[in-house]
Design a binder for this molecule. Structure first.
Ligand SMILES: C[S@@+](CC[C@H](N)C(=O)[O-])C[C@H]1O[C@@H](n2cnc3c(N)ncnc32)[C@H](O)[C@@H]1O
Length: 235
């Protein structure tokens, strides 16, 4: 982590990511989060005051420990246990199926190997667990997209690796089959960084579906074997 990313960027995040509209977005994204929760990319902990009481324990990870001094100030006010870990979203040490919800707010734009991180998010979620996200990314306007592609190298330099041009819909739907997502501009972000993708993705649980196939089959086999036994005994 460079001096800029570790010492200066956290102050810039605090200043630019805590406006009124941003707070409303955070609250809306976190409203249904519950149980054992993992947040990828804690930044300076700006989400901490907005988690609902239904959260039982929160684990927050980020490879940049520069934001921790801000996080520490906010942890005290949280009504649940908060565990901080300085590590990357691409290589989570947590066991598979250990969280009810995973949260990412404005982080998928920055993770270098974001496809790998999406795989990790899916892996650590329990069956029927939910991924709650709000992310900025590729606009739906071709003219804006052109500038997002052109300016991403500069954005990466000044904003700690942030890409303006990631297609968040493609990223999320490539990993999750069940996704509710809305897209559109938010006012505070401008055209280049203001196209948002917000929603919830669910890790599908196939067990009820398999059971619904297996039960009629087992019932038929049971009835047939009874009929066979009855006809043999009366023969
Ligand atoms: C724009 S900030 C957003 C911070 C916070 N999520 C928020 O909403 O305020 C992007 C965050 O992603 C973090 N990040 C960068 N690379 C990462 C990685 N490989 N895994 C997890 N987080 C990462 C950065 O350190 C930074 O804190």
């Amino acid at each position: 982590m460079s001096f800029y990313e570790n010492r200066i960027l956290p102050y810039l995040l605090e200043a630019t990511m805590s406006g009124e509209e941003m707070v409303a977005l955070r609250k809306a994204t976190l409203a249904e989060v519950a149980g054992e929760v993992l947040e990828i990319g804690f930044g300076t902990g700006l989400n901490l005051p907005h988690y609902p009481a239904a959260v039982s324990r929160l684990t927050i990870v980020d490879p940049n420990e520069g934001g921790l001094r801000f996080v520490q100030r906010r942890i005290g006010a949280a009504p649940f246990e908060v565990k901080t870990q300085v590590l990357s979203g691409e290589n989570l040490p947590m066991a598979a199926e250990s969280f009810d919800c995973v949260v990412s707010t404005f982080t998928l734009c920055t993770i270098p190997d974001v496809t790998k991180a999406m795989g990790e998010i899916w892996r650590v979620l329990r069956a029927n667990g939910r991924f709650h996200f709000v992310e900025h990314g590729l606009s739906n306007e071709p003219q804006v997209q052109k500038w997002q592609h052109r300016l991403t190298p500069l954005q990466k330099l000044v904003a700690g690796g942030c890409h303006l041009n990631r297609n968040m819909r493609e990223l999320v739907t490539a990993q999750f089959a069940k996704v509710e997502m809305r897209e559109g501009y938010w006012q505070e972000g401008g055209k280049l960084a203001g196209y948002l993708y917000q929603g919830v993705a669910q890790k599908a649980c196939y067990r009820p579906f398999l059971l619904s196939l297996l039960l009629p089959l087992l019932t038929t086999l049971f009835t047939l074997s009874n009929l066979l036994a009855f006809s043999l005994s009366t023969a």
